[in-house]
Design a protein around this ligand. Structure first.
Ligand SMILES: [Zn+2]
Length: 118
């Protein structure tokens, strides 16, 4: 659930975004519904599908290069999420799902670099 409360996608493919969301919440909610629409699968009742949509949403909104740039200086998840214009939940999801081989290679190199700087 989570983002479903912020947006809905009807059977005609129309996305409605709730009022009162901040910029990052609107961005994440809209992308979430667009991914649902592309996948064309029923949602909100299938936790596995919902998790897949959340991972794809996070991947699309947070490029690994931007993630690495922010990780170099941000002092908190809140600060990093603000800079990336995503919700903290989306950032946490992205950090837990760096699965593309190129992204993994870049992230691993960054982690190794940070470890070497200690
Ligand atoms: Zn959903």
């Amino acid at each position: 659930m989570g983002l479903e409360q912020n947006a809905t996608l009807d059977t005609a493919g129309i996305v409605q975004i709730a009022n009162g969301l901040d910029y990052a919440e609107r961005r994440c909610a809209l992308m979430h519904e667009l991914v649902h629409d592309e996948r064309g699968l029923p949602h909100e009742h299938d936790p596995a599908e919902e998790a897949a949509v959340e991972r794809e949403t996070a991947r699309r909104l947070i490029h690994v290069d931007d993630l690495i740039d922010v990780a170099r200086w941000a002092l908190s998840m809140e600060e990093a999420a603000y800079e990336l214009a995503v919700t903290e939940d989306t950032l946490v999801c992205r950090l837990g799902s760096i699965t593309h081989p190129v992204d993994r290679q870049k992230w691993r190199a960054f982690v190794d670099e940070m470890a070497a700087d200690r």
